[in-house]
Design a protein around this ligand. Structure first.
Ligand code: ATP
Ligand code: MG
Length: 571
């Protein structure tokens, strides 16, 4: 490929509104362009990387015995009504009606479609186990699309669905996918970890997430090396402390806190610290709002909050009218005198003489105490684990917290969809049983961004060889002035390409500095420079993008040598 004929859309300036490095670099390298919030064009350079990601996934899914299918992006509402998710899914589901006023949605996931398909195609346990996968566009109307393709609204997912006749079979299918995912992320040379979502903590089924480790990751992962424990921090069970709550020490006071609607502002106004305060979050519930109370320095776990009886799923904050009806003031809510159900985290319940909202604008209470100043609420485990919390596993110590980007999620569904949609097969005894299913997702477009988060320097992207858009860039110096350089570069370009080495020849009439900077920005693993000087030595200068290592390689045998090196870092 010649740069003069290629849409190399690199940008000099760092684009505004790109918060994370991978998003900045994908824009600067000309891999993607924004179309609308969370919706992107993939340019030729970006698509090359995406295709390499897909190829690795396809190869490993095929190797694990899964069969590729392609299901529609547009799905009839009827199927979602059958599974019960038309009501359950909430505003992330993009719904529309066709010209006949029939309900449709754009698939955020495909359990309904695959279950409806397989229930008609598979009749007997003899046809199982089976696993069907696709690589396809999904749409989720995310409340906060951000970080470019990391959290898009339209994105590509690899999703797979396994079918078994019994739970033991489902476990085997699940284990096979765990193995396939490990192989996939290992081949991509990513630093990753798989974490368990403990079913006991939350109820529901068994699942594992795969995270690429990066400081910019949206997820907190709790690990305990001593017990070899790793879980999403949202899911770590945090039981009530053994100690008793201290008794009240001081009299309740009202304090004026103008404009202090956040814990940070409250602490600044009162000269206190977050662990001496509580925050009160009003969320929508089945029968009016519910107040969730946490210690000021603790973070709400969405998963735990959604497990509280009476709280609506997906979790949504109460609106202004509901806040008012509850007797609260926005930013100044507190448990005393609230006219709604109150549920407090064990950490908040442990406090005495704390600060909380007074349910009037610009007012807080100081030295508030449970039971004395407000009724003792329902207790629950509501918060995310933090560094230093106790590991729940036997022999565990203090938890450490690392940041991760969720790139894969594998899940044992059991009979949830097969029961709802009556997808049965005959077992060995000739009885019709709802099939045991698993579902397995990989964020294909997100993986590209996650890989950049782990592989970059101040000059740009550094692709691991298996994902690079090109294996080599060929930079001739004096291409437009020296016929000898031109001839040698064209010949080398041709023979490299013929040898199956993906080569980008930068034949632009630009200063070498500009070309070098572009090639470094787009992250091609190897650079070959040809110039009058190197030709005098019958050689080319070879530089490795990651290490910066440079050496002269003789032109004689160069293609073979490069093929050997590229194959040593296989795709
Ligand atoms: P998240 O917690 O990040 O919203 P999720 O639990 O909703 O993820 P799944 O339904 O398990 O995600 O989807 C499977 C995979 O698809 C995820 O592991 C992730 O890699 C990817 N994915 C999910 N949502 C998005 C999105 N909005 N943009 C890009 N990739 C996504
Ligand atoms: Mg999501």
């Amino acid at each position: 490929m010649r740069v003069s004929r290629y849409l190399l859309a690199t940008l000099k300036e760092s684009p505004a509104n790109a918060e994370v490095l991978s998003h900045q670099l994908m824009l600067r390298a000309g891999m993607i362009r924004r179309v609308a919030a969370g919706v992107y064009n993939w340019l030729p350079l970006g698509l090359r990387v995406l295709r390499r990601v897909e190829t690795i996934i396809r190869e490993e899914m095929d190797r694990a015995g899964a069969q590729e299918v392609l299901l529609p992006a547009v799905q009839p509402g009827e199927l979602w009504k059958e599974s019960g998710r038309w009501e359950e899914y909430g505003p992330e589901l993009l719904r529309f009606t066709d010209r006949h006023q029939r309900d449709f949605c754009i698939g955020p996931t495909h359990e309904e479609i695959i279950t409806a398909l397989i229930k008609n195609e598979v009749r007997s346990y003899r046809q199982l186990p089976a696993n069907y996968y696709q690589i396809q566009t999904k749409f989720r109307d995310e409340i906060r699309p951000r970080f470019g393709v990391m959290r898009g609204r339209e994105f590509i997912m690899k999703d797979a669905y396994s079918f078994d006749v019994d739970p033991a079979g489902m476990q085997q299918s699940f284990d096979a996918m765990h193995g396939a995912y490990t192989a996939i992320f290992t081949r991509m040379q990513l630093q990753f970890t798989s974490v368990q979502a403990d079913p006991g903590a939350i109820g529901g089924n068994f699942s594992s997430e795969f995270h690429v480790l990066a400081d910019s990751g949206e997820d907190a992962i709790a690990t305990c090396p001593a017990a070899n424990y790793a879980a999403n921090a949202e899911l770590v069970p945090l039981p009530p402390p053994a100690e008793q709550r201290p008794p009240p020490g001081a009299a309740l006071e009202e304090v004026s806190t103008p404009g202090a609607a956040t814990i940070t502002d409250l602490c600044a106004a009162c000269g206190t610290t977050p662990e001496r305060t509580v925050k009160t979050l009003l969320v929508k519930g089945e029968a009016g709002p519910v107040a969730l109370v946490l210690r000021g320095d603790h973070d709400l776990s969405l998963v735990k909050a959604e497990a509280v009886a009476g709280v609506r799923t997906p979790l949504q904050f109460a609106d202004a009218a509901e806040v008012q009806a509850a007797g609260a003031a926005k930013g100044f809510a507190g448990p005393p005198g609230l006219a709604v159900k109150v549920v407090a985290d064990h950490g908040a319940l442990q406090l005495a003489d704390f600060y909380c909202g007074a349910n009037r604008a610009d007012m807080h209470y100081k030295n508030a105490n449970w039971e004395r100043d407000m009724p003792l609420p329902e207790a629950a485990d509501l918060r995310k684990a933090a560094a230093g919390d106790r590991c729940p596993a036997a022999g565990g110590g203090a938890l450490e917290i690392r940041r991760g980007i969720e790139v894969g999620h594998i899940f044992q569904l059991g009979q949830k969809y097969s029961r709802a949609m009556n997808a049965t097969c005959l077992n060995e005894a000739g009885e019709a049983v709802p099939m045991f299913m698993g579902c397995y997702g990989i964020g294909v477009t997100r993986l590209v961004a996650a890989c950049i988060e782990q592989n970059h320097d101040e000059r740009g992207i550094i692709w691991p060889a298996p994902l690079a858009p090109f294996d080599v860039c060929l930079v001739p110096i004096g291409y437009h002035k020296s016929p000898a350089v031109r001839q040698a570069a064209d010949a080398l370009h041709q023979s490299l390409t013929k040898a199956g080495i993906q080569t980008l020849l930068d034949d632009r009439n630009e200063r070498p500095g500009v070309i070098f900077a572009d090639m470094e920005l787009i992250g091609i693993p190897r650079r070959l420079v040809l110039s009058g000087q190197t030709l005098d030595k019958s050689a080319a200068e070879h530089t490795v993008r990651r290490s910066g290592e440079t050496e002269m390689l003789p032109l004689d045998g160069l293609v073979e040598e490069l093929r050997r090196r590229v194959q040593a870092s296989p795709r």
